[in-house]
Design a protein around this ligand. Sequence first.
Ligand SMILES: Nc1ncnc2c1ncn2[C@@H]1O[C@H](COP(=O)(O)OP(=O)(O)OP(=O)(O)O)[C@@H](O)[C@H]1O
Ligand SMILES: [Mg+2]
Length: 482
Amino acid sequence: MKAEIEIGKDVHDTPVLVDVEELLATRLLVQGNSGSGKSHLLRRLLEQSAQMVQQVVIDPEGDFTSLADHFDHVVIEGASYSPREIEALAGRIRQHRASVVLALEELEVEQQIRCAAQFLTALFDAPREHWFPALVVVDEAQMFAPSAAGEMAEDTRRMTLSAMTNLMCRGRKRGLAGIVATQRLAKLAKNVAAEASNFLMGRTFLDIDMQRAADLLGMDRKQAERIRDLQRGHFLGLGPAVSRRPVAVHIGSVKSGGKNSATALTPLPKTDAEAMGALLHDSLKEEAAEPVRTPPPSPPPAPAVEELAQSMADSAEPAQPEGDSPAIPLPQGDIDGVLREMAAEDGASFTPASTLFRTFATRCRERAIPSAHVDMPAFRRLFAFASAGVGRLDPEQRERVEHMAENVAEDVLAPYLAIVVAAAEGRASPDEDTLARVYGTASPGRIRRLLEHLEKTGLIVVHEDFGGQRTITVPGIEEVVA
Ligand SMILES: Nc1ncnc2c1ncn2[C@@H]1O[C@H](COP(=O)(O)OP(=O)(O)OP(=O)(O)O)[C@@H](O)[C@H]1O
Ligand SMILES: [Mg+2]
C-alpha cells in the first residue's frame, strides 16, 4: 500500500496526491510571494501526514504551534533553552521519534538562526541507531540558507549554511527529509534549493525568482508566466512525489489555524470620537508606569577586539587614586589577576556565568580595582581568555589570538582558545580532560560534539588516524607562531 496524502485538487477537481515515502527520499521546495499560501500548504501537508511520519517544524513566526492542539506535536520554545539544551532536545527527539515544532518567534533574528542551526546540526548528528525517517520542515528558509552574505556574523552564517546543506544534501541517508519554503527563490542558497526534486511553485512576481523557478521546473519562459497569474492557495507542482508533469493544484483546507489570518475587511467599531478618546486614555499613566517587559536574553555579542584590548590595557595599569586623599584605598592587583585567580580555582568552568560575574565584581570591589567597564558579556569573554591561558602568550601573539577569536561564539570560546594557545606554544593539542575542564563538562560525548562543531564552523581541522590518535590544527595559527 502506498503512503499517499491528498494535498488538494487539480482544475478537474481530481485529488492531487503526494507520495510520502517518495517525498522522504526526494525532498520538497515550496516558493511563493508573501500571502501566496506557502505556510497553509505546509500545514496541509503536515496535517495530512501527521499520523504517518515523524515531523519536525522549524517555525520562525510561531505559525505552526497550533498543530499541537490537534495532533501530538510538542512545542519547543527556542527562547527557553540554552544551546546545549537545544542540542540535547534534538538528540532526544530523534531517539523518541517525537514530532515537534521549534518555535523561534521570541528570539531576535540572529538568535533564531543560531538556535535553528544548532538544533538541525544535532538532529543530523544523531547516532545511527536513531536514524528514523522524519520530515523536517523549514519555513522562511531564505533566512537559514541565504544566498548572499547579509548582515549576520560570519560564524552564524557558516553554521546555518552547513546545517541546511547537511539537511538537504546528506540528510536522506540519516532519515531526514528537508521540506523548505521561501518567499524568494533568488534569496535562497542555490545548493539548498538544488537538492529538492519536488517543487510546488506559488504566485511569484519578480522575474529573477520566476526565472529560477522555471529553471527548476524545466519550463521555458512562456510556460513560466503561468506562475505569475496563480491565485492564493494555487501552486504548480512537479516531481517524483507529486507528478511527472507540471500539475496545477488548489491546496485543500486545514484543521489547525495559522496565526496570520487573511486580511479581510471587518466592520469598524461603532464608537464615536469622544468615547474612543476616553478608551485610548483610560489608565494610560498606570500602564506607562509598569515596567517594560524585557525580551528573553540573547547570547552576548562578541566585544570588539579594541574593547577587549582596552579593558586588558586598563587592567594592566592600575588606576591611580584621584588627588592624594588617604580615604581612597590603593588598588591591589588588576583585573587580569582576578580573572587568572578565578579561572585557576577548582570547578570554575562548571559554575554559572552569573555567579562567576558576581564573584568577579565583589573581588574587584574588595581590592579597589575599577571594573565598571567590564559588563557581563565582556566578562564572559575575558574569563574564557583567562581560562585558556591566553595571558601566557606575548602581547603580539595575544593580539593575533584576540583577532582570531573575534567572531567565535561565547559558548565555545574557552575550549577553542585552549586549542589555539597550545598550538601557539608549540604544544600538542589539549587532551580531552583539559578540554572538558575548560568547556565545563564531564561528558566525552560532548567533547566529541564540540570538536565536530568547531571543525564544521571552520575553526579547527581534526585529523584522526585509524589508531584513534587525534591531531588538531588551527587555520591561521601560522600568523600567531611566526
Ligand atoms: N489553499 C488555501 N485555502 C484557503 N486559505 C488559504 C489557502 N492558502 C492560503 N490561504 C490563506 O491565505 C493567507 C496567507 O497564506 P499563508 O500564510 O499560507 O501565506 P504565506 O505564503 O506563508 O505568506 P508569508 O510568506 O507572508 O508567510 C492565510 O490566511 C491562509 O489561511
Ligand atoms: Mg508563511
